[in-house]
Design a protein around this ligand. Structure first.
Ligand code: CU
Length: 191
């Protein structure tokens, strides 16, 4: 007998993750201060912000609560791809190109940003977010990185990326609990 719809069940899992993950982070104790992006060379040697003129392909990715409509995106070495990111969910989501290592690192920072009010489950506090490094808990300006973009509910944003190396690259949303709920996919190298 089925008591709840799959969608409702998914929502329950998501809410559970939202509650449990920050506790886990708190139990892990104070680590080194967050240093957004700077300490994840694997993500940055893998590519760079793409130039509009070099775009050879456009890929549309739809974000929902809490999954992408794609589990896998094929890429070719050296190509520049424009990603069109549509958030059709009710929560804030991220599209971040990186390794599982850089994603795990960014997830810890995202939890801190949530705790400090820079991020909320549905949006971004622009004033807090635009403070320079040291403004709040030594967090740097978030999402100034070329490999990541935040998309609010109902919004469509773009990110253009030139793929250079492929150390098991993933696209992921690092908002608390989202990656764990399945909001991650992999780039499959073709050719
Ligand atoms: Cu998300």
């Amino acid at each position: 007998m089925k008591l709840v719809s799959p969608a409702f069940h998914h929502r329950l899992l998501f809410l559970a993750a939202m509650l449990i993950l920050p506790i886990g982070a708190a139990l892990a104790g104070p680590g080194p201060g967050p240093g957004h992006g700077t300490g994840s060379p694997s993500a940055f040697s893998s590519g760079a912000a793409g130039k509009e003129a070099d775009v050879t392909r456009t890929v549309t990715v739809v974000m929902r609560d809490t999954l992408f409509n794609k589990r896998e995106i094929e890429i070719r070495p050296g190509e520049t791809v424009r990603f069109i990111l549509k958030n059709k969910g009710e929560f804030l989501h991220e599209f971040n190109i990186g390794s599982s290592y850089s994603h795990a690192k960014h997830q810890k920072e995202m939890i801190q940003m949530m705790e400090m009010g820079m991020l909320t489950p549905t949006g971004v506090d622009g004033a807090k977010m635009n403070m320079p490094r040291g403004g709040i808990g030594n967090l740097p300006m978030v999402h100034a990185d070329a490999n990541s973009v935040l998309v609010k509910p109902g919004e469509t944003k773009e990110l253009t990326w030139k793929f250079i190396k492929f150390p098991n690259l993933e696209f992921a949303c690092n908002l608390p609990g989202h990656y764990q709920a399945g909001m991650v996919g992999r780039f499959k190298v073709k050719g």
